[in-house]
Design a protein around this ligand. Structure first.
Ligand code: COA
Ligand code: MG
Length: 304
């Protein structure tokens, strides 16, 4: 990336149908780090034009606290995409942090959104840069995710959209993000590849939806699978999923304390000209500090 990305929390990204004033209000009051107001799959075609204005009104009038305010637009092959962007950006101006682009097939799909945002920012004299969050949910997109991840300096996150992805590959799952009977984790490969592409581009990998919002155990299992691969958070399609994602995607206080203790011991040792040190039977050197600093950076961002 040429410019540094803003540091934003994305442990829980709550999906909200943009046509529902009631759910938008609940979302603004929720504990999620990030809310995406949807114009795509959660809004019926006939309701999309009105939903743009409902979202603008919600962005401008509700108190969103420190949440990342995102709008998911329709994909570039639809009749709605350009007007989604124009109406939302002209209406909400700086009360919008990011645009989420579903179903990009190639880097040029992302560049379309990037160029339109640049034109609108210039016209409306919006000082801050509106970010882009990319959904990888087609087999063609996964096949070139490394190129898509670098398609625009606005990209802040790459999300694995396992619902559409399963349909695209014709994976046999009964519900979005659910078990398939596959021996092992059916989504290990796309998650691993997306995490690598995102990190190589300097942006956040984020895990997508889990449809059965009554299955807390299954949701937590999927959160842990993402966390282990370097993902920073997971979607919530219902408020009941927010707390589990915040919990799993926050470092444990004892791990943060241990990381700080080790970093301190290492700093003291290097000041004395020593490059590796024994902290409670564990070797700490420059590589350990790189790992530990990931935990410390996340804790600082959360305010732990
Ligand atoms: N955001 C904000 N509030 C939500 C919500 C969401 N995603 N999902 C549910 N709620 C609210 C409901 O309005 C309800 O509010 P109330 O208690 O004041 O009446 C409360 O949370 C409990 O909801 P519940 O009755 O359990 O569910 P529901 O039948 O109203 O809604 C869904 C279930 C699946 C239709 C709904 O959760 C939803 O639309 N989710 C988002 C879908 C989406 O955005 N999909 C695209 C991305 S995958
Ligand atoms: Mg989708």
């Amino acid at each position: 990336m040429t410019e540094k990305q803003p540091m934003r929390l994305r442990r829980s990204q709550l999906a909200v149908p943009g046509s529902s004033e009631k759910m938008l209000t609940k979302a603004a009051q929720s504990a999620a780090d990030h809310v995406f107001c949807d114009l795509e799959d959660a809004v019926a075609p006939s309701a999309k034009p009105a939903a743009r204005h409902t979202i603008v009104e919600a962005l401008n009038s509700l108190d969103w606290g420190k949440k990342v305010r995102c709008v998911r637009i329709n994909d570039v092959s639809t009749e709605w995409c350009h007007e989604d962007i124009i109406t939302v950006v002209e209406g909400a101006h700086a009360n919008l942090d990011t645009i989420m682009l579903p179903k990009p097939m190639s880097p040029s799909d992302v560049r379309f959104v990037d160029l339109l945002l640049s034109q609108l920012e210039a016209k409306l004299k919006i000082k801050k840069r509106i970010g882009i969050e990319i959904l990888i949910e087609e087999v063609q997109a996964l096949a070139c995710v490394e190129d898509i991840a670098k398609a625009s300096p606005r990209i802040e996150s790459i999300i694995f959209g396992m619902g559409d992805y399963s349909a695209s590959q014709q994976i046999d799952v009964r519900e979005i993000g659910g078990e398939s009977g596959y021996p092992g984790d059916i989504f290990h490969y796309p998650r691993f590849r997306i995490a690598m592409a995102a990190r190589a581009a300097g942006v956040d990998p984020v895990d997508g939806p889990f449809g059965n919002f009554k299955d807390d155990e299954g949701y937590r299992r999927e959160c842990k699978r993402g966390l282990a691969l370097g993902f920073v958070g997971k979607w919530a399609i219902h408020p009941a999923q927010i707390d589990a994602a915040l919990d799993v995607y926050s470092p444990r206080p004892q791990d943060v304390a241990r990381a700080r203790e080790m970093a301190e011991a290492y700093a003291k040792a290097t000041a004395e000209g020593i490059g590796s040190v024994n902290v409670g039977g564990v070797m700490v050197d420059a590589a350990s500090i790189r790992l530990l600093s990931n935990t410390i950076r996340r804790a600082d961002l959360i305010g732990m």
